[in-house]
Design a protein. Sequence first.
Length: 93
Amino acid sequence: MDFQHEPGRYFLQAGDKTLAQITYSTINDGQTFAVNTTNVDPSLRGQGVAAALLDAVVDEARAKGMTVHPICSYARKAFFYNPAKYEEIQYKP
């Protein structure tokens, strides 16, 4: 899935409506992305869109040698249920 990207956000836009987005900020002196929110329109739920959004942030963090701190409930659940997938990238304070 091709998302649009701007600093701190990956998103899927249809006209003037945002159908899905994940927002993140930088913490830990610029070494960690904190995933703040994940939102997906009901029409897209169950299609893996939220997972793809999270993967986009994780891929960017990996490419930059950063870690990820899951703050929003979706990201926390993804990290909890898939520890092997995220273990080396998860921020551990």
